[in-house]
Design a protein around this ligand. Structure first.
Ligand SMILES: *[C@@H]1O[C@H](CO)[C@@H](O)[C@H](O)[C@H]1NC(C)=O
Ligand SMILES: *[C@@H]1O[C@H](CO)[C@@H](O)[C@H](O)[C@H]1NC(C)=O
Length: 350
């Protein structure tokens, strides 16, 4: 009798916990602003805080209006140094001035989390910017230390063109020429400064009709990796493990991996019929589930990846393709394009 009473209280407690606990999920979004119909940053900050479970954003610049808008929200904000600004930041005096002008006025009221030095620099080049990438990361890090800021990290997001091969994942490696020359020293920097290696996996761009289910986290026969005896049932896992194996080959399997961008468009040019709402919901929902379940990947079981979905809004000034304009979770009026449990209170309790 006593036992059953105890256990029913226990159940009630669990039930209350489920009802009153906000989502345990931690999910980020890329907040791009290439639209002429987007709401002001202050409205966006309020919306994210009160209506969604999004707890971190990344912006593609260091727009003071956005930084001001997120002050006091507790939402982590990562900023980006445009690629063209990278060479000037290899100068310690310029880097210190940059930190004083663009970070110090906002931090820590705004929880600035990462400074992303450029975007996909190895992929886009030119060589002059590539050559200045790591020096700028080091000098900016030193400038933060000098300014007494200990809780902002430095990274740089990479496109998956850093991979020479990803199939099978056990045989993956970084591109020769970038591996030892560029990526190993960047990974060494991450190890030293305890920051994450950022990658932008887009299975959307690797889509083929034959592999639709594999791209979209739907049931499929998958890819069997003979060397590891692991079966891959989605391409996201395959790409993440390919990155992991490539890092391991250089001796850096301990460095954290961050998914800086990933997503799927809900609309596109007429020939891209796979850019549709159902597929975008399946992909972004699959990523959400992967990240919140903590299941990890075949070679990284139990690991959670800090993840930023691309993107927050549909952006009408992006292009040239319609696909590029339609990566958003939300329309500019805040209506969700689809529901993947990102609205507060809409989570499905599993
Ligand atoms: C592994 O990759 C190398 C190239 O890096 C290739 O020559 C070799 O055939 C691949 N092995 C398997 C089993 O795929
Ligand atoms: C589809 O995925 C399989 C593995 O499941 C892979 O061997 C094949 O190369 C992929 N096809 C295309 C066109 O990407």
């Amino acid at each position: 009798m006593a036992i059953s009473k105890h256990s029913s209280h226990h159940h009630l407690f669990l039930l209350l916990l489920l009802i009153i606990t906000p989502a345990v999920t931690s999910i980020g979004v890329n907040y791009g602003t290439l639209g002429d119909n987007l709401p002001p940053p202050a409205t966006v900050a309020r919306f994210l805080k009160s209506n969604t479970i999004i707890d971190r954003i990344r912006i593609f610049d260091f727009n003071p209006e956005v930084l001001k808008a997120f002050a006091g929200t507790g939402i982590l904000v990562s900023v980006t140094v445009p690629n063209a600004d990278i060479p000037s930041l290899t100068d310690p005096w310029n880097a210190r001035r940059w930190v004083n002008a663009n970070i110090k006025p906002f931090h820590p009221a705004t929880k600035i989390h990462y400074i992303c030095v450029g975007t996909e620099v190895l992929h886009w080049g030119p060589q002059n910017i590539v050559d200045h990438l790591l020096p700028a990361m080091r000098v900016l890090h030193a400038a933060l230390v000098k300014a007494g800021i200990k809780d902002i990290k430095i990274s740089t997001p990479h496109s998956l063109s850093i991979l020479f091969s990803s199939n099978p994942p056990s045989n993956a490696s970084f591109r020769p020429g970038w591996d030892v020359g560029n990526l190993a020293p960047i990974l060494q920097f991450h190890r030293r400064t305890k920051s994450g290696f950022m990658v932008n996996p887009y299975t959307y761009y690797a889509y083929s009709p034959a592999n639709e289910s594999y791209c979209l986290f739907k049931p499929n026969a998958g890819l069997y990796d003979k060397a590891t005896r692991k079966r891959y049932t989605n391409q996201f896992d395959q790409l993440m493990d390919a990155v992991y194996v490539s890092m391991k080959k250089l001796g850096y399997s301990d460095v954290e991996i961050i998914v800086a961008e990933t997503g799927w468009p809900s609309g596109g040019d007429p020939q891209n019929t796979h850019a549709n709402v159902g597929n975008a919901a399946a992909y972004d929902g699959g990523v959400m589930k992967k990240v919140s379940s903590g299941v990890g990947t075949p070679l990284m079981p139990g690991r959670r990846f800090e993840t930023y979905i691309f993107s927050l809004f549909n952006e009408n000034l992006k292009g040239p393709s319609l696909d590029e304009k339609n990566f958003g979770l939300f329309r500019p009026d805040f209506t969700p394009v689809f529901d993947i449990g990102i609205m507060r209170g809409s989570q499905v309790f599993l």
